[in-house]
Design a binder for this molecule. Structure first.
Ligand SMILES: *Cc1c(COP(=O)(O)O)cnc(C)c1O
Length: 470
């Protein structure tokens, strides 16, 4: 399998060549040159496989430059009951007839990002050792992504992580999660400013091509293709868990921000998994709901990005959307490059009538938005009706699922985080603090390790230079 850019300006590359990169050199996102297809007979074969074997079968369709035995071992080492809490890896529970919750957040940081990041950690270590290379991941986080990256990369050979976060702005739980890591390759940097300033510092490092190359700076952001591939697997697992016969249609509902998670659902559907609807759930930051209900994509600036009680969805520019629109346009890279040069310049675009219908009728997309009050009332009603605590992001998904549900068709809501991460909102909704997994009780009392920096690029560079050895 070779990879191309959505904007048409990259000669095809292998999986290993794109794994450690971010954007394609032309500013686009990488996509497989062709989408692998699975027929009903093949799907039936996969239906009963345990998670690691299923994941290997799917991932190997996208990776042909790692020997199968090695890839199989990497996948098996990633998806274990030790790391994900059960042999099922993504257990599916029934809320009521034809309404299901697929748990994606039982990994080390209690959010679905672990599903992909844990695999990425093992893939990175393998490829770096094989090619005798090193990578220094520099990122900014306000919560979930940074901790998922650190838990995936901790102790991995050839990898250093430098994670910037706004000093004093994360929840005590999130801070403890990251700062309690003691591995010497993990560097937590508390910046005495806001999240935007952290992000600007990371951007400045990435815009300095010489520095970036000399110090082997990389990233693991949401556009990384390896993350999308890993996420495709759990749509298969969820489908097989609820479909009575392989071939019947199933709907999926996905709390969305950067469009990474549901982009994997789109890929699974393109591969032939019988997904009928893909429902994009947003919060008050409803750029994606606007797109799927009007065909207009208008990313917003930080001045129109609201802080909500489902904070990991507070995104008003959905980077992975470019991948779906590439397919929607029949993979016409020239038209896509035109649209996205507008986006990069701060403009929006409007789909043609024909493409607008296509994204519903051919690609199955629907969308919905919810508010803080919706989240509270849905957390409450799920707790009252089914005895289950769901987190605020999953509550956004629950609302969207009810709106688009067809009682005769199975609907799977993806649970993207555990309520334990959002104590305040849970308390507000149901008057009690959520339960914490036993392993995390007392997390805030562990010793913390971090450095403090001012929001200053020169200071960050000096910090990196001092710690990056050849
Ligand atoms: C990151 C995240 C999301 C959004 O996922 P995307 O892939 O960015 O669409 C939703 N919920 C939680 C809890 C997350 O951490």
């Amino acid at each position: 399998m070779r990879y191309i850019s959505t904007r048409g300006g990259m000669p095809p590359k292998s999986f290993s060549e794109i794994l450690l990169g971010g954007l394609a050199p032309d500013g686009g996102l990488v996509m497989p040159e062709v989408c692998p297809k699975l027929d009903l007979a093949k799907l039936t074969q996969l239906a009963t496989l345990p998670y690691p074997e299923l994941a290997f079968e799917i991932i190997s369709l996208f990776v042909d430059d790692i020997p199968a035995a090695d890839l199989k071992a990497l996948v098996a080492k990633t998806y274990t009951s030790e790391v994900f809490g059960s042999a099922d890896i993504t257990p599916v529970i029934t809320l009521e007839k034809n309404l299901y919750l697929q748990q994606l957040s039982n990994g080390p940081t209690l959010a679905f990002k672990d599903m992909a990041m844990q695999l990425l950690g093992n893939l990175f270590e393998y490829v770096l050792a094989r090619d005798n290379r090193q990578i220094n991941i520099v990122g900014a986080t306000s919560g979930d992504t940074g901790s998922a990256a650190e838990y995936a990369m901790r102790g991995k050979k050839g990898v250093n992580v430098f994670m910037l976060s706004p000093a004093g702005k994360m929840s005590p739980f999130q801070r403890a999660q990251m700062f309690s890591l003691q591995e010497p390759n993990i560097h937590n940097i508390a910046v005495t400013s806001m999240f935007d300033a952290c992000q600007d510092m990371v951007k400045a490092i990435n815009n300095d091509a010489d520095f970036k190359q000399k110090y082997k700076i990389g990233a693991v952001n949401s556009i990384n293709w390896g993350r999308v591939v890993a996420q495709i697997c759990y749509y298969f697992k969820g489908y097989f868990a609820v479909a009575r016969t392989v071939g019947e249609p199933v709907d999926f509902c996905v709390p969305s921000g950067n469009f990474g998670n549901i982009c994997a659902g789109h890929m699974a559907r393109q591969m032939g998994l019988p997904i009928r609807k893909l429902i994009v759930a947003t919060n008050e930051n409803d750029v994606l709901d606007e797109f799927f209900s009007s065909g207009g994509y208008h990313p917003r600036g930080l001045d129109r990005t609201y802080e909500t009680s489902s904070p990991s969805m507070d995104i008003t520019k959905a980077s992975n959307l470019e991948r779906f629109v590439f397919d929607l346009l029949g993979r016409d890279a020239d038209t896509l490059a035109d649209l996205w040069s507008g986006i990069d310049a701060g403009k929006g675009f409007q789909l043609s009538k024909e493409n607008f219908s296509k994204m519903h009728d051919v690609y199955g997309f629907r969308s919905s938005r919810s508010t803080h009050d919706d989240r509270l009332s849905n957390i409450r009603s799920v707790f009252a009706n089914y005895g289950r605590e769901i987190d605020p992001h999953t509550a956004d998904g629950f609302k969207a699922a009810l709106e688009h549900r067809d009682a005769n068709i199975a609907m799977v809501i993806l649970e993207t985080a555990l309520p334990a991460k959002f104590e305040d909102t849970m308390l507000e909704a149901i008057g009690q603090k959520p339960q914490r997994p036993a392993a995390l009780v007392g997390l805030e009392d562990l010793p913390q390790r971090f450095d403090v920096l001012e929001a200053n690029v020169a200071a960050l560079k000096a910090y990196l230079v001092e710690r990056i050895k050849d």
